[in-house]
Structure formats: C-alpha cells, structure tokens
Design a protein around this ligand. Sequence first.
Ligand SMILES: Cc1ncc(COP(=O)(O)O)c(C=O)c1O
Length: 409
Amino acid sequence: MQTGPATLLSRSIEKIRSEFPGLVEGEVRLDGAAGTLVPSTVIDAVADALRLSMANLHGEFAASQHSTETIIAARRAIADLLGGNPDGVVLGPNMTTLTFHLAATLSADWEPGDEVVVTSLDHDANVRPWVLAAERAGATVRWAEFDPDTGELPTTAFDGLLSDRTRLVAVTAASNAIGTKPDVRAITDRAHAAGALTYVDGVHATSHGPIDVAALGADFYVCSTYKVFGPHAGALIADPARLEQLKPAKLAPSPNDVPDRFERGTPALELLAGVAAAVDWIAGLTDAVGTRRERILAALSATEQHLDTLLHAALDGLSAIPNVRLLGAPRHRTSTISFVVEGHHPSEIAGKLAQQHIAVWAGDNYAYELMRRFGLSDSGGAIRASIVLYNHRGDLDRLLEAVAEIARG
Ligand SMILES: Cc1ncc(COP(=O)(O)O)c(C=O)c1O
C-alpha cells in the first residue's frame, strides 16, 4: 500500500545497524524473511519484564495487574502496526498455531459441498490448516494457481473458483519465497462478492511496507512479530464483532470475552512486552510526528523505499551472473529473492556462503506448493536471499561476489 509522499528514515542505515546487537561485525545476514534480529530496546523490554515481579493475568494485586497491562499494550501496538481495533487482536505463539486454531474454529460449521480457496503462492501455514479443516468437514479445496513464469498471482487466477459455496479465501499479502505481492484488495473484493470470508497471511508482508488491514479487505490478518524486529510471537487481527460470532474451543473457566477467549493458556508475557517495544521502535524510525499509527505508516513507507533500492541492485547483480536463474519476476514484490545456480544443489551454495559468513536459506522455506510448481521440490528447492531494513549495500556486494565465484567454479 502506498501512503502519499514517503518520509525519510531519521538516521542512517549504519546507525540503525548499530542498534542490533545480533548484527555481528563481518557477518552478512540475508535471512531476515525467516526471522529478523531485534534492536536493543526490544531486548531490554523483554529483560525488564522478566526482572519485574511477574504474575499471571487478571489478579487483584499489582504484579498481576502489570501483566494484564502488558497484554493490553501488546494488543494496542499490533492494532497500530496493522490498522484496526486492539479489541480484535488475538496474540499467540506464532502464525501457524493461530491459523490452525482459526481453521478449527471457522470450519466448525462447514459442510460437504462447501468450498475453501487456497493458493499455490502461499506459505504452507496458510494452506495446510485450511486443507485439513476442509478434509475434516468434507468440504472441497480449490486452488488459485500462481504463474511460475512471472511469479505473479493474478486476480484472474480466482476465475471460476468462487461461488456461493465458498466459505473462505486464504491468500498471502506477500510470498515468503519470491516476494510477490498479489493485489489482495481485488481478491478480497471478489471473495466478499461471493459471500466468503478472507484470511490474509501478512507474516512476510508486514516488515516490508505499510499495512492497512481494512484497505486490504482482510477479515482476518495474521502476522509473526519475530519477522518484524520483535520477539517470537504471533498476532491475528479481526473486527471484534466478527470474533464475537465465533466459538473457539476453550477451557470452561478461561475468559469468555473477545479477544481473550481465543488466547489459549498463559501467554509469554515477557515476549509481549517486547512486541510493544518493537512496534515503538518501528514508530521511531522517522522524524514524522503524529499518532503512533501515523508514525508507523511513515516508518514503513521509508523502509519500503530503502528495500526497493537494495532489491533492484540485488536483482540486477544476480541476473548478470551466468548460470544464476531467478524464480519469477513479479512486478509488485518485496525484497526477497529466490534463485538457483545451475549445476549446484541449493544447500551446497548455502553451505559455501555460510563459510564466508553469509547467511541465506536453502530449500522450500515452507513455500511447499510453490517449489513444487517450479519443479524444484526434488532438487533441493532454491536459495533465498531476503533483504530487510538493517541490510545495506555492503551485504549485497558480498553476496553477489560470492555467488559469482561459486557459479564460475
Ligand atoms: C509467509 C509466511 N507465512 C507463515 C509463516 C509461519 O509463521 P510462524 O513461524 O509464525 O508460524 C511464515 C514463516 O516463515 C511465513 O514466512
């Protein structure tokens, strides 16, 4: 999503890098799509939460009230990050767990003859929970196929898939393998016209640019905070009124309010303290003034510009290396690139890069159906280099030089 003229980051990337203790001198970290490092303020917030006298939620005494405030602050932070109502934020351990939970809840009244639409562009965490739920309900799964030549998931991929039997359309806001950003709004509009709900996987998209759940038309939007400079947690956002209509499986004595009734067991409170700190850190990335939500939009818009510059340098550099083949060439994309080097197994390349202190992933990165469509499942998938905010031109130069040398050899 574009949000008017972009604001610049308030400080240099070098300064931003210095805020990440995990960015070790000499190491090139191009693995951010699998999880970003965290800035010191997040580490401090987690440590401070543990250092304070902690207690379980909803008690009368001060420590418990502080825990309750921690969870409320995390919900507010996620609502500001994604756009939406904190009362519709469900926190959980990660996106996969939340999605299995929602799939079980939403499919409770699916019947044989009902249909669910998933896509071959998606991470398996936004595919398998729906496929398994459909199997249990006797519902039919329909597949929207991306185009392996372009790497795009055109809205026309949904032609003929939607009908008044469609209960849900699950689609990613961005591919964690090849970065494709489908036109989510056009897809959700079509889903809504058919009377279906929409479940949008924002795990990959959220750190790459401004997000507005309402503008995307997502009935449910889910993300992982550990991909957005925060600790290991997951969050889902929906209209609280919609959550009110749902009856998740829960313990008899646990709260029955929304969103609490969707949260299972005792949350990782110290990590939730870190979630709010991560969102505050993002909000402080530019000199923009305004509400935290407005500052976040400015920050992610400035981030998007930085990533775009690096993305194009990386694409140009990789395409110029003989024997390197890029997977897809989507027009709208994040700064995540998958490629193969002809004649070399992806894990061999990742191993050689690791010896040079360059971190990339090799394999399918759980973009399981996508790798199958590319015909790469049996040959080790692809190499994935993902560029996030704290990457700089020097990281790309090291990657390009090393890949060129391996490809020559
Ligand atoms: C696009 C996408 N969706 C879902 C997931 C699963 O997220 P989690 O690890 O929070 O379950 C990932 C993780 O890599 C992802 O990249």
